[in-house]
Ligand binder design. Structure first.
Ligand SMILES: Cc1cc2nc3c(=O)[nH]c(=O)nc-3n(C[C@H](O)[C@H](O)[C@H](O)COP(=O)(O)OP(=O)(O)OC[C@H]3O[C@@H](n4cnc5c(N)ncnc54)[C@H](O)[C@@H]3O)c2cc1C
Length: 325
């Protein structure tokens, strides 16, 4: 770990004013401290944002708003989340461990860095850490890397479970920055790696996520979050799927189906949604729709097994949400 300056921001304006130019935010610190310890980040200054009034969950107009500094455990346990947006609780309860969830925040979770082995090893080249240095995962140890959304420069998997559930709810982010406040769809937060994998989001330098908004129009949908991982706890997804369904009887009026653990960002599956639209849900219909889940996949030699795993994970998530055995 390299030396850095530390300051506590008293309010959002002060946090934004001091960010950028070698300064980075720290919230729960569960990812940031690892990055510092492993010499993967070396900011000149850490701005501690834990003193900002960005905690809590409450109705605000047409949305349920979650402050960006709310701890994952509090979000998962909140009655309005459990009862009206249970896919969020399910994704969070499958995240990390109880201890990590007590410390980790919503904003930090969405902006945590990838677990790609090469990114996490400061002795290895990695285009995300050091643009232009190469991507050894392409022909190296790529079992856990992405089959969707990759480029010749990067095939690192996006790690957040919460982000996958939020895309299935069409959630919005409230962002504060030097130019004022703006709102974006969570689906637009994470960028594809392309030829600039070190630029992971559409956030401008110094911008702070202040809240996540769950549209009340998406409340009470049938939903499910299914996560497959190597260990039952304390482990990121090797495949996951968040599903929200609007049903009339057993017939699909609308659906949002999003894959995690297999792609470079939360991966919406419009072809699966199209295959379900207007259909009465039964096992053969779900199986046929899920067969299309890996369309466009470009597996590497080490991770072709993710293709059938993703299809089965998607099928299981739709079946669980719809209550179809
Ligand atoms: C052992 C272990 C297992 C884990 N397993 C999982 C898992 O299964 N699924 C999963 O999703 N995650 C998992 N995680 C990751 C964990 O959820 C994240 O580390 C955590 O959510 C990050 O939140 P934080 O508040 O600690 O962020 P920090 O570490 O403080 O910050 C992370 C990043 O976000 C930035 N940041 C933080 N808040 C804001 C904000 N409001 N606005 C702008 N930038 C901000 C920081 O600058 C930093 O770049 C695991 C972590 C550990 C240690």
């Amino acid at each position: 770990m390299r030396p850095f300056a530390y300051s506590r921001a008293p309010d959002v304006q002060a946090a934004i004013a001091h960010a950028g130019a070698g300064a980075e935010f720290i919230a729960g610190g569960t990812d940031m401290l690892q990055l510092l310890q492993e010499d993967l980040r070396s900011p000149a200054t850490l701005i501690d944002i834990n003193g900002l009034s960005l905690t809590g969950i409450g109705t605000d107009g047409d949305a349920l708003q979650i402050g960006a500094l709310t701890r994952l455990s509090e979000v998962a346990a909140h009655p309005d989340i459990r009862n009206r947006f249970p896919v969020v609780s399910e994704a969070l309860e499958a995240t990390a461990s109880a201890q990590v969830r007590n410390m980790a925040t919503v904003g930090g979770n969405l902006l945590q860095r990838t677990r790609c082995l090469y990114f996490r090893d400061a002795t290895m080249p990695c285009n995300k850490r050091q643009p232009g240095s190469g991507c050894p995962a392409q022909d190296g140890c790529n079992e856990l890397n992405a089959i969707l959304g990759g480029s010749a420069d990067c095939i690192a998997v996006h790690p957040s479970d919460l982000a996958v559930a939020l895309v299935a709810l069409d959630a919005r982010l409230v962002i504060a920055g030097p130019a004022g406040e703006r709102r974006i769809a969570i689906a637009d937060l994470h960028r594809l790696p392309g030829d600039a994998p070190h630029i992971e989001t559409v956030l401008d330098p110094g911008e702070l996520i202040t809240a996540v908004r769950l549209p009340m129009a998406m409340a009470d949908r049938k939903s499910a979050y299914v996560k497959v991982r190597h260990r039952a706890s304390f482990e990121w997804a090797i495949a996951s799927c968040a599903v929200t369904l609007s049903l009339s009887g057993q017939t699909v009026q609308d659906s949002r189906i999003v894959a995690g653990g297999v792609a470079t960002r939360p991966w919406r599956l419009p072809q699966v949604e199209a295959a379900l639209a207007g259909q009465r849900l039964d096992a053969p219909t779900i199986r046929a729709a899920a067969e299309t889940a890996a369309e466009g996949a470009a597996p590497r030699p080490g991770n072709a097994w993710k293709v059938p795993l993703q299809q089965r994970t998607v099928a299981r998530a739709i079946s669980t949400a719809a209550g179809v055995p």
